[in-house]
Design a protein around this ligand. Sequence first.
Ligand code: ADP
Length: 334
Amino acid sequence: PRVVTQDADAEERAAESALRPTSLAELVGQTRVRDQLDLVLQAARRRGTAPDHVLLSGPPGLGKTTLALIIGAEMSAPVRVTSGPAIQHAGDLAAILSSLAEGEVLFLDEIHRMSRPAEEMLYLAMEDFRVDVVVGKGPGATAIPLELPRFTLVGATTRSGLLPAPLRDRFGFTAHLDFYSPVELDELLHRSARLLGIELDQDASTEIAGRSRGTPRIANRLLRRVRDWAQVHGGGRIDLAAARAALELYDVDEAGLDRLDRAVLQALCTRFGGGPVGLATLAVSVGEETETVETVVEPFLVREGLLLRTPRGRAATPQAWAHLGLTPPRPTPG
Ligand code: ADP
């Protein structure tokens, strides 16, 4: 299995929730977003109202769900969790909205995947705290307005550019979560190790942090796998040797690239001569969905200086060739 895959199974989710910070103060990194959000929430608390709707964007595993739950906790409000793909009909959304309590936080993950009619219903709900429930069919159908309690929508998306502007504009606070630095991930790993009762050497933590793709979810997951290794092969304590051996076993390379990252780079360099090549073509050649390559793989490769987004398509950088141990083709003269 790909240790760095983004889909969580039940066991994974349980392990994750055990490590989730429950207040803004406990959050590691993202200091700017934390401070901005802190202000929004404090002001709302003083006014005694639900805070403005919040839009969080960024690659998977960077803390969007965590932040939504923290917003609920900081407001002492319950949090309802749902996702775009779960809302296929406007009626699904109407049912959720009409059952919200005053001040409740509605976390809508993958909000860009909601159906069109549901999206339009959401505009009205966000702005006027009202939905029009259509009763009957055909010419006899009537829209009955239904008052909603004041709630806070927390929308999450892997890329805010995937959202139609009218929806984006209805959020009072928008934050983009960026990849974490190795220093932040190191801090996060020490926190997780403490919570899990694991002894973690500093050089081992540095090693894991550097290979976690800038992503808390991956850092925590690698920590658990390294712990497995240390418990089976060593005395349970995580030292550098244990960290390296386990990371090797799980196919994470020194730069933190996983198999899919490398597959994309490999295809780009060997099949398309380093590009530029269109995103869709590149995605097909590695058997992945375009959206996955665009929102999960690319942001990291771009940040690492391995891939360029050009107007004519995706291109490999000299570092990408070097990373794969390949020699770039010589530029054709003329
Ligand atoms: P997303 O919703 O963006 O996919 P999550 O909020 O589910 O990501 O975060 C994935 C895991 O990473 C969670 O288990 C959480 O414990 C951890 N995590 C994410 N961000 C942070 C953070 N800033 N500080 C500490 N842990 C974090």
